[in-house]
Design a protein around this ligand. Structure first.
Ligand code: PA5
Length: 447
């Protein structure tokens, strides 16, 4: 039995148990359709059995490449956007020391990111930071043609070659891309970089357990075997053979769909540990790109508590009643800190003396849950025992599987993202990219 537990008790005053149970045939059929490949987007189901099909030799190869980068670099830049960086950042941030970026006595390289924006300031500041540092680059792009990523890589590659020479730079660059197509594939082949393949049948937002996520996570010094083992456990628990009431992914999918149908159009993913901020960013992409289409889809938002209780708390408690919240609840903090007693007690905090900070955090969580449910915000809770690689692996697969089932319940294709192309077409037209002459002519009339 997996350690992840979904608790929907605080939803049942908003939607009845019977209503949720009535979804059983549809949810089981959706899960079966995923496994039989009979539903929409069935050419992008490579993620389904990914955890259990990862081979020892593959993990060993990733670890060997990670070791090589660890030995030659103090900083590794992960260049990618969307699904090509969010999974890695989510896991690395969740498992790293919060102040890792400040460390000077490093065991593992610092991981920084590029290619996920087009800010000139960001790139200039990054280049300046990397000047005279031993750095490497993991360049990730499935299509191999994404402008943001290609642009950052062009600049960073030139800097690395200028700093260490072309031959040494080659040893510090890894490309993760399509097996055959795209500019990055041709460039990597021509330059002789170490490469990894993103399987054709795994979309960007489902790719965290491919080299896209695994290599950066391993370079950061985290246990990718434990991460994969956690995902394998969840893969088993969410299989179509599992009874509906024992399958947390199916339960999560039906609960959020029923809340959506009852008028709760926004889901906020809540954490009480700032390390989970980017798990929520990853989740936002997963659900936003998978479900937001055909004029449908829950709007996925996220908040960090208790931080955002002091900014968004008012809206959540008393604003328009169109939201529900899903809390990632960590049973126990990894570290222990007891609140000290203070003789003068000028801050009036002695009533907390001797208790753990985590116990105070837990009461903030419980108090908020009760207040929000009183304020008509249904509350789902995903509980994991602690923040470690195994549990994060389970959590990621849980969300992926639930997303597939949820998309099918919503009757959309959860594996495409046609809407993402619209801005690109306009940007290319405005930049007068060769091949976009007609679009350039048309858009110029509108500006
Ligand atoms: O989920 C997706 O498909 C997207 O977010 C992509 O990951 C993102 O656009 C990056 O694409 P690529 O990896 O082709 O550079």
């Amino acid at each position: 039995m997996n350690a992840l537990h979904l608790n929907i008790d605080q939803v049942l005053t908003f939607v009845s148990k019977q209503k949720l149970e009535a979804y059983e045939p549809a949810a089981q059929a959706a899960n079966k359709a995923l496994h039989e490949g009979s539903g929409k987007g069935n050419d992008f189901l490579g993620w389904l059995h990914l955890p259990s099909s990862i081979e020892e030799a593959f993990l060993a190869d990733i670890e060997a490449t990670a070791k090589k980068l660890q030995a030659s670099c103090d900083v590794v830049v992960v260049a990618g956007i969307g699904g090509s960086y969010l999974g890695a950042k989510a896991v690395i941030d969740a498992l790293n020391n919060s102040f890792d970026w400040l460390k000077t006595d490093r065991t593992y390289p610092a991981i920084v990111y590029a290619g996920h924006n087009i800010s000139e300031d960001y790139l200039v500041e990054l280049s300046a930071t990397l000047a005279n540092k031993r750095f490497g680059i993991i360049n990730i792009s499935k299509s191999g043609t994404t402008t943001e990523t290609a642009l950052a890589f062009r600049i960073l590659k030139a800097q690395l070659e200028a700093q260490v020479g072309k031959e040494a730079a080659k040893e510090r660059i890894v490309a993760i891309t399509d097996a055959h197509k795209g500019a990055l594939r041709s460039l990597a082949n021509k330059e002789g970089y170490k490469t990894y393949v993103i399987p054709d049948n795994v979309g960007g937002r489902y790719s965290v357990l491919t080299p896209v996520g695994l290599l950066p996570i391993a370079v950061a010094g985290h246990n990718i075997r434990a991460l994969v083992a956690g995902a394998v456990e969840m893969e088993k628990q969410c299989a179509p053979e599992t009874a509906f009431d024992q399958n947390p992914a199916a339960q999560y999918a039906v609960t959020r769909n029923e809340l959506y149908r009852s008028g709760k159009k926004i889901e906020i993913l809540v954490n009480y540990h700032p390390k989970l901020h980017f798990v929520a960013e990853w989740w936002k992409q997963l659900y936003g790109e998978s479900e937001g289409k055909e004029l449908k889809g829950i709007f996925p938002a996220a908040v960090d508590f208790s931080t955002d209780l002091h900014s968004m708390g008012q809206w959540i408690q008393e604003g328009e009643r169109s939201i529900f919240e899903t809390v990632i609840s960590i049973k126990e903090a990894n570290e222990t800190l007891h609140i000290p007693s203070d003789e003068a007690n000028l801050d009036g905090l002695n009533y907390l003396a001797g208790r753990r900070v985590d116990a105070v955090n837990k009461m903030a969580e419980l108090g908020t849950r009760i207040a929000h449910v009183d304020g008509a915000v249904p509350n789902l809770r995903i509980e994991i025992p602690k923040l470690d690689a195994h549990n994060i692996g389970s959590l990621l697969y849980f969300f992926e599987k639930a997303c597939g089932i949820s998309g099918y319940l919503l009757e959309v294709n959860p594996f495409d993202q046609p809407g993402v192309e619209a801005y690109k077409k306009n940007m290319f037209a405005l930049l007068e990219k060769p091949g976009f002459e007609k679009e350039t002519e048309a858009i110029k009339k509108r500006i």
